[in-house]
Design a protein around this ligand. Structure first.
Ligand code: CO
Length: 158
């Protein structure tokens, strides 16, 4: 278990399309453990592998509910409905927030660290986090989805 450095705005890793994971081995487990440590330390809701410089289709989400850390390998959104519009940020863009519209309900299909396929539903913040993290795997960051960015005064009010 170790902390990884989170890459920031301007890093090329944030613009790349990540490759699928094919080997479900000890190295993958160690990456996932490190990502969980890194997310916890950063007090975030989600983290994608490109944010630690790894161009692989791996992300984790933790909205602080009973699910704890949800590990998503090769995730895909298979259903979505509804809409939510609100402030969104990213650990790679400290102190920056934008107004982003996302589906209110999302179902994700993914594999776990052993390669077993599962589906997971998310509502509200969890749906937003699934969309945000899966976007990272396609080289898309929230600023590209934002209707507008918040001013420093608005960020203070958050
Ligand atoms: Co992000």
């Amino acid at each position: 278990m170790a902390l990884r450095e989170i890459v920031k705005d301007g890093d090329k890793a944030l613009t790349k399309i990540c490759r699928p994971v094919e080997k479900f081995d000890a190295k993958l487990a160690s990456i996932l453990d490190d990502m969980a440590d890194t997310l916890k330390k950063a007090n975030g809701v989600g983290l994608a592998a490109p944010q630690i410089g790894l161009l692989r289709r791996i992300c984790i989400v933790n909205v602080g509910d009973d699910d704890g850390v949800i590990e998503l390998i090769n995730p895909e959104i298979i259903e979505q409905s509804g809409n939510q519009t609100g402030a969104e940020g990213c650990l790679s863009f400290p102190d920056q927030y934008g107004i982003v519209s996302r589906p209110m309900y999302v179902t994700v299909k993914a594999q776990d660290r052993n390669g077993n396929e599962f589906t997971k539903k998310g509502e509200g913040l969890k749906a937003r986090a699934f969309c945000h993290e899966i976007d990272h795997l396609n080289g898309v960051v929230f600023k590209e989805r934002a209707e507008r960015m918040l001013s420093p005064d608005e960020v203070e009010e958050l």
